[in-house]
Design a protein around this ligand. Sequence first.
Ligand SMILES: [Fe+2]
Length: 198
Amino acid sequence: MKNFEQKTFNLGELKGISAKNIEEHLKLYAGYVKHTNLILEKINSLDASDAGNAYVISELQRRFAFEFGGMRNHEYYFSSLENGSTILTTGGTLETAIVKDFGSFDIWLTKFKTMAMSRGIGWACLSYDKKTGQLLNHWVDEQHIGHLVSTSPIICLDMWEHAYVYDYPTSEKKKYIEAFFDNINWGTIEENLKKVIS
Ligand SMILES: [Fe+2]
């Protein structure tokens, strides 16, 4: 089985998200890549014909979704902050899709930010459902519970406390959400959608 590779991200100086927080956060991302590979190696090393391994294999398989989700969620997150912030193209593919599905960009953004303020750890996501051709906001608990089957992520905003703990107290996580949108590269986000649609 193919190993998953740890990606690097071109993150310059961000507004409202410190280099220290990013540095620590990237270490956590590296851990998810490492453990995604380790779990697969462990499962492959176990003999499934031995009934004594059944419980271990099932629990490792259950854990696999957590590690894999942690790896991919972070790749969407960090890549959306790469190469500096860019503005959303008016009338472009993404804005047109958001207006169609949510009424206006501002209505969507307010709903997305409200979702991001959910209590507890997880991810605020915007994903595209190719079957119906629409964008959907959804919350993901931990790293894996709440991803919508067969949709493709367009935005993944990390709302685990580790994503902002060096910069904001938990009572001020709203400022971190604003900082994320201050730094977002809308060009990258639009490309995420275009790749799925094509
Ligand atoms: Fe994270």
